[in-house]
Design a protein around this ligand. Structure first.
Ligand code: 5GP
Ligand code: ZN
Length: 136
């Protein structure tokens, strides 16, 4: 299903032109309009899902194999030194476009990007408490 007012539905389905590097029945992969690095692109399903929570299982199972394929292509063409895969869910997590997508971000020595997480300061006891909350 497409969503009428969704920009990524239009981009993924070719209603609005994109800088596409790959397309199949389920996905389009195109260059991000505000790239974090050279070759930063987005894997976007052609069907609309707000985020990973609502993503169809079959589509979900296609994302990582496609990411791996695109990593290989980008290695051959752009010769990255490292690679980040980022997938934001919810506003608080940095999602700004509410159509599921996965960022592929080639990294280069000295590229000046900073996608590194900082520890939030939980103690070992705190972590045990969290474990109890999750698995009990
Ligand atoms: P999010 O913050 O939701 O994880 O990522 C949304 C991404 O989509 C951002 O990196 C932003 O630059 C990109 N983006 C937003 N609108 C457009 C657009 O119209 N075209 C393209 N190619 N990228 C877009
Ligand atoms: Zn959409």
């Amino acid at each position: 299903m497409k969503k009428d007012d969704c920009i990524f539905c239009k981009l993924a389905n070719g209603e609005i032109p994109t800088n596409t590097i790959y397309e199949d029945n389920d996905f389009r992969v195109f260059l991000d309009a505000a790239p974090a690095t050279k070759g930063h692109c987005l894997i976007v399903p052609k069907e609309h899902f707000d985020n990973l929570e609502s993503l169809d299982e079959n589509i979900a199972s296609g994302v990582m194999p496609l990411a791996k394929k695109m990593m290989k292509l980008l290695k051959e063409k752009l010769n990255w030194d490292g690679f980040n895969i980022v997938q934001n869910n919810g506003e608080v997590a940095g999602q700004t476009v509410f159509h599921f997508h996965t960022h592929l971000i080639p990294r280069y020595k000295g590229d000046g990007q900073d996608l590194v997480m900082k520890p939030c300061g939980l103690s070992d006891d705190d972590i045990k408490g969290v474990l109890k909350e999750i698995v009990s």
